[in-house]
Design a protein around this ligand. Sequence first.
Ligand code: SF4
Length: 326
Amino acid sequence: MRAFIYHRADSPVHAAAAAIQPGGKIIAGGTNLLDLMKLQVETPSSLIDINRLPLDKIEETPEGGLRIGALVRNSDLAADSRVRQHYGVLSRALLAGASAQLRNKATTGGNLLQRTRCYYFYDITKPCNKRKPGSVCAALAGFNRIHAILGTSEQCIATHPSDMAVAMRALDAKVETINDSGENKIIPIAELHRLPGKTPEIETSLSPGEIITAVTLPPPPPGVQLYRKVRDRASYAFALVSVAAIVDSARGRIRSARLAFGGLAPKPWRSPQAEQELVDAPANTTTFNAAAEAVLKDARGFGDNDFKIPLTRRTLHRVLDEMTRA
Ligand code: SF4
């Protein structure tokens, strides 16, 4: 790890102003950043510690939703009684991520901004367009078992690793930010993460120095909620495929559905076409297959990750069957 200057921020604006300086980097839980620094994937010249800012509350909104401070720890969010009761998909997604120790440190804002776990991104001896723009993507012709099948580009096929963000995508969360001038912005979570295109090094729509202060959940949607994660180990592993589903059905007919997927794309993936296939349709194999085909219409495997296509189909089928069974 290289030497760096340590600052403790005394306000969100101060943090944003310090983070906009060349080499400035915000640290909260540090569960991803410190790993990256040890491997010299990240080499910040200054770290701005925001842990003492008053951004650690979960509050009810006048609209009937929840406002989650950016520094709320993953374990506290998963255990909150309001989250468990009304946003079960979020609580389950959080508990499916990492280990108990990591969840105790990891924050809501940091979880959204964590970097991909592509092996080549973490190995500074290998070429990687995301780490070093204009080099090459080693995963394309390399070992790509954990990589994306949707939303990829010729420049990068990495997945976004968060479970929490997938549930928040299904819940249509909104992300609140502040910049160094004190200006606040609200970004729908669908617009927070970017697809790689020709610039895989730009991962979010945040401007330099702009920091996340909170995430707002709208009132809970009708229906049952479920998070299903398929991975190589029973715990402490990233998703090969995950599904965050919110489905409202009665007497074998689906009224509404929201589906978000993890492990498949460079961002939490939502498929409006698949959801449309489910609305006002009978809860049966034909309907579930039509939804899966819609999700996977543009899917492309790269060899080692080809298995994700049938795995997604089967996982979605199982989830929908379970959620609509009377
Ligand atoms: Fe780098 Fe993306 Fe290719 Fe991985 S998939 S090597 S992160 S460019």
